[in-house]
Design a binder for this molecule. Structure first.
Ligand code: ZN
Length: 328
């Protein structure tokens, strides 16, 4: 982990120096191949203090303008059918989690540049109005609490405004908890949530409602896929609970969209063979990951890895990493 972080930092430093010295073009030389990008939230200003997943609408538009001008941006459908151009980079866009901010900011920009995209929706709506991770990010940042107990472990707030126990953040531990336990996080911080200016902060937690999801599903530029119900790490929760998430999110989205849902993006990209087989069994024919677990997995044509967009770096650095296909 530490070595990866050092490698990432050194890679960025190297790129910054090259751009400063005027040799940045070397990093932006054309590379061919294919990439599926993952976005999460788009917001008005590119605020990263709550979490590391939000990219400003201005930066987003600049990026879309650039890639549509210089590369071949295609739908995921065409990507799976390998309708690639040989002499350029082929790019498909995906959005995970199902934020309202996708509908508010990304959709109009994608329509303006006629860029296809696929949206993977977490169907938590029947259980809670927000994802636990966003709830936790916002309350952790604002709460006066210095210590919180979860599953008998005492988490203490650090100066980065995260709750830490035994070297692990509550957010990280929570990924692997069954939803019944996760609910206690909502309970512990419910008064903190009440005093937050949640409407002003809606870009950081509000999810699309059924009407908005359906509208996207009916737009010929876009497709909808599933992303589980509670955004748990499906590999770590009990198998029966993971299977329920995979099946229920499909059924719920099929009811909303009135069309078959055949794509599934694993929350956090965590997957294994057993879960992938179950996805196939219930009718998903495209499985979206982040990184392949093994090199062999890359040969499975149902599975595609994806490149996570990074809000902390400049457009030039982002492009350099994208062209390379890696942040390292
Ligand atoms: Zn997600």
């Amino acid at each position: 982990m530490l070595w990866m972080r050092i490698k990432y930092r050194l890679g960025l430093l190297y790129k910054t120096v090259l751009f400063k010295l005027g040799f940045g073009k070397l990093l932006l030389k054309d590379r061919y191949g294919e990439r599926i990008l993952i976005y999460h939230g788009i917001d008005a200003v590119g605020e990263t203090k709550y979490n590391s997943r939000f990219i400003s609408k201005v930066f987003f538009e600049e990026f879309i303008k650039h890639i549509t001008t210089h590369y071949n941006v295609i739908s995921l459908d065409d990507f799976y059918q390998k309708k690639f151009k040989k002499d350029t980079l082929n790019i498909a866009l995906t959005f995970d989690d199902g934020y309202l901010n996708n509908y508010k900011y990304a959709v109009p920009i994608l329509e303006k540049y006629k860029v296809p995209a696929s949206f993977y929706i977490t169907t938590i709506h029947e259980k809670a109005p927000y994802l636990w991770a966003d709830f936790l990010d916002l309350v952790s940042y604002h709460t006066e609490k210095k210590e919180v107990i979860l599953e008998q472990n005492r988490y203490q707030k650090n100066d980065k405004k995260e709750f830490i126990w035994n070297g692990t953040s509550m957010k990280n531990s929570a990924k692997s908890l069954p939803y019944d336990v996760l609910k206690t996080i909502y309970e512990v911080f419910k008064d903190d949530w009440k005093v937050l200016p949640t409407e002003d902060l809606e870009d950081y937690w509000k999810l699309m409602n059924a009407e908005q999801i359906k509208e996207i599903a009916n737009n010929p530029l876009f497709t909808i896929g599933a992303h589980g119900e509670t955004h748990a790490n499906l590999v770590d929760i009990p198998l029966s609970a993971a299977k329920k998430e995979i099946l229920n999110s499909k059924k719920q989205l099929e009811t909303i969209c009135e069309q078959p849902i055949t794509e599934f993006a694993f929350p956090f990209g965590y997957y294994n063979q057993e879960l992938a087989d179950y996805c196939t069994e219930v009718g998903y024919d495209r499985l979206l990951l982040v990184d392949y677990n093994t090199k062999k997995d890359a040969q499975n044509e149902t599975w595609q890895n994806r490149f996570v967009m990074n809000p902390y770096i400049s457009m030039e650095q982002q492009l350099a990493c994208l062209l390379k296909g890696s942040y390292f």
